[in-house]
Design a binder for this molecule. Structure first.
Ligand SMILES: [Zn+2]
Length: 164
């Protein structure tokens, strides 16, 4: 960011609480983390887990459905030094506008109860996180699929000019 002439980041937004979206936050010590209240509650509990490769193995033995997710976590973590789960320091319920104008809006849905979309002002960009992503295969139920109702709501808002 410095090389690109950009100002330092001030906020880091969680689009939802899943590990592949939040475990990197500890590499950003000088930002305020922003997230939905439901995800903050979940992450407050995740902070208390004794994360290690041994812990991940034990959890998979106790619950094989966790295997794909927990094995991926193990592969992603060659070392646990300096690792910490950072719960949001700024929480919101329905919507929040950051000082820079970026708008956050809770949409929920099947993928994660705290799914949030992020609108970047004057850019035509709406970041969706994983909000319309179906559950991973190992956690799917027979009637799971894309959250078409959520996509339709977002498209309706685009037609109303809220997002491009
Ligand atoms: Zn996810």
């Amino acid at each position: 960011m410095e090389a690109a002439g950009l100002p330092p980041a001030r906020h880091l937004v969680y689009t939802h609480h899943h590990w592949d979206h939040v475990w990197g936050a500890c590499a950003w010590p000088d930002v305020e983390v922003v997230g939905h209240r439901a995800g903050a509650r979940i992450l407050a509990a995740e902070v208390r887990r004794p994360w290690s490769h041994q812990y991940l193995r034990g959890e998979v033995e106790a619950n094989p459905r966790l295997g794909p997710s927990f094995r991926a976590r193990a592969w992603a973590m060659p070392s646990w030094e300096g690792f910490a789960i950072i719960p949001p320091q700024i929480e919101f319920d329905d919507a929040l506008t950051l000082p820079c104008g970026v708008e956050l809006r809770h949409v929920g849905g099947r993928h994660a109860e705290d799914s949030t979309v992020v609108a970047v002002p004057d850019s035509g960009v709406l970041l969706l996180g994983d909000c319309f992503y179906p559950p991973p295969f190992h956690l799917r139920e027979p009637d799971d699929g894309y959250a078409v109702d959520l996509i339709e709501r977002l498209l309706d808002e685009a037609e109303l000019g809220r997002y491009e």
